[in-house]
Write a protein that binds this ligand. Structure first.
Ligand SMILES: *[C@@H]1O[C@H](CO)[C@@H](O)[C@H](O)[C@H]1NC(C)=O
Ligand SMILES: *[C@@H]1O[C@H](CO)[C@@H](O)[C@H](O)[C@H]1NC(C)=O
Ligand SMILES: *[C@@H]1O[C@H](CO)[C@@H](O)[C@H](O)[C@H]1NC(C)=O
Ligand SMILES: *[C@@H]1O[C@H](CO)[C@@H](O)[C@H](O)[C@H]1NC(C)=O
Ligand SMILES: *[C@@H]1O[C@H](CO)[C@@H](O)[C@H](O)[C@H]1NC(C)=O
Ligand SMILES: *[C@@H]1O[C@H](CO)[C@@H](O)[C@H](O)[C@H]1NC(C)=O
Ligand SMILES: *[C@@H]1O[C@H](CO)[C@@H](O)[C@H](O)[C@H]1NC(C)=O
Length: 369
């Protein structure tokens, strides 16, 4: 009997007949299945083997994948099957923790990210891929009628949403423009008395494939978000701590879950474990951080070689193009002494297509700029 099995999904719903007081609590430790999650779009449950072969016979880890690695403009959403009740009560609270991995996919620049969310309805209506993260679309972005609260993990800097960088965590209410955001990372050290001097900030690269644990707590109209590599203790100081009134956002009952998207930029978005409670603020301790599958690229060295060879090929091809082009220009010059040839030359000069231009080319027609 393994710990994984012992800690496998349990769901307690206490409904007191006299007081309308209800508790929702659940824990998933790499044991997602299609009967304990609602899946939409490209979200799937995948079987993975744990990184350590020494572990028990329970190697049939079932994890959640939000987007499809082999297609562009993929999006997917996974929700807990029943709505969370009593969210808009005056003293509402919740505590959730999950372990995720964002890893790159061969042949693609990585993008765009995923979010933990509360949403009034099941499905993907009103969401689009790419920079919209499967959360909103360009028509409803910013609309208070969305009633969506989300915490985004975003690996692309979208100027139109005032993103702070290409590796941030943000609080989003009805909009992709975050109310507050911070570069991904965590604080280490003891918070001694009033002095914060002993605390050190460690940066996290969201998309490096590493399994990270996240803690999100909401109590007394304050939201705290922390993260750290899976297996590390919960940081004493939160990455984001903001006072937040969600009474205009939370309907009485809402779905809770995850949504993610790729675009022209592709990466995988995986959720390995997830716990939720609206009374127990230690529910994150129920997540098992040992023997998790690993999605870190096999070897940075071999990746370096691949990059080196690719860059080499590009340089050679560009070189040949330039030589060909110069020969062509020289030939034209011989036959045509027109001065405008200089202009023509500049217009057709091959130029590097940058990350930003790729991104611009991926923008939908209605969301330009
Ligand atoms: C899904 O998980 C639940 C709880 O862990 C279990 O009772 C159920 O049999 C599983 N369903 C399938 C199809 O594996
Ligand atoms: C991903 O998309 C490809 C191409 O559309 C499809 O063949 C494949 O089945 C999809 N994978 C999953 C896990 O849905
Ligand atoms: C809210 O407060 C009421 C009354 O004090 C209490 O019975 C209830 O359990 C509280 N609900 C939550 C979610 O804390
Ligand atoms: C955005 O979603 C809404 C539904 O919420 C829909 O009416 C609208 O047409 C969608 N806009 C686009 C551009 O897809
Ligand atoms: C959030 O962090 C603040 C500051 O550390 C702390 O006072 C508060 O109790 C925390 N709230 C929750 C819900 O964890
Ligand atoms: C939530 O409750 C507050 C106070 O009762 C109310 O003003 C607000 O309109 C409610 N929000 C929603 C979205 O229903
Ligand atoms: C809260 O959850 C943790 C982790 O599952 C557990 O150890 C603890 O006993 C729970 N606390 C309460 C009051 O239920």
């Amino acid at each position: 009997m393994s710990l994984l099995q012992t800690l496998s999904l349990f769901l307690i719903t206490i409904l007191n007949s006299n007081w309308v007081c209800s508790t929702t609590e659940f824990v998933f430790n790499a044991n997602f299945n299609s009967s304990n999650l609602l899946l939409f779009g490209d979200a799937t449950i995948q079987q993975r083997h744990s990184s350590s072969s020494s572990s028990n016979d329970n190697n049939n880890n079932k994890i959640l994948s939000l987007t499809n690695d082999s297609t562009t403009f993929s999006m997917g959403r996974a929700l807990f099957p029943s709505k969370i009740p009593s969210l808009n009560s005056t003293n509402t609270s919740f505590s959730t923790s999950f372990i995720f991995s964002i890893s790159s996919v061969n042949g693609f620049q990585p993008g765009h990210g995923f979010a933990f969310l509360f949403t009034p309805s099941a499905g993907l209506a009103g969401a689009s891929s790419s920079q919209h993260l499967g959360l909103f679309n360009c028509t409803n972005n910013g609309d208070p009628d969305n009633h969506v609260f989300a915490v985004e993990f975003d690996v692309f800097k979208n100027q139109e949403f005032q993103d702070i960088d290409d590796n941030h965590v943000g609080l989003n209410v009805n909009s992709l423009t975050s109310l507050a955001s911070e570069p991904a990372g965590y604080w280490v050290g003891e918070e001694e008395e009033e002095e914060d001097d002993d605390m050190e900030f460690k940066k996290i690269e969201l998309k490096n494939g590493v399994n990270y644990q996240v803690w999100i707590d909401f109590f007394d109209s304050r939201i705290n978000v922390s993260m750290a590599p899976a297996g590390k203790r919960r940081p004493r100081r939160a990455l984001i701590s903001e006072s937040l009134d969600l009474s205009d956002v939370f309907l009485d009952e809402m779905y809770v879950g995850f949504t993610g998207a790729s675009g022209q930029l592709v990466e995988s978005h995986r959720i390995l474990a997830w716990s939720f409670s609206n009374t127990n603020f230690s529910i994150g301790d129920a997540l098992v951080t040992r023997d998790l599958p690993s999605f870190v690229a096999a070897s940075e060295g071999s990746r370096g070689l691949v990059v080196g060879v690719s860059v080499g090929c590009v340089v050679v091809v560009c070189g040949l193009l330039v030589i060909g082009f110069l020969l062509l220009v020289r030939k034209r010059r011989k036959t045509n002494k027109d001065e405008e040839i200089g202009e023509w030359e500049r217009d057709y000069w091959p130029h590097r297509i940058g990350y930003k231009e790729i991104h611009k080319a991926t923008m939908g027609a209605c969301c330009g700029s």
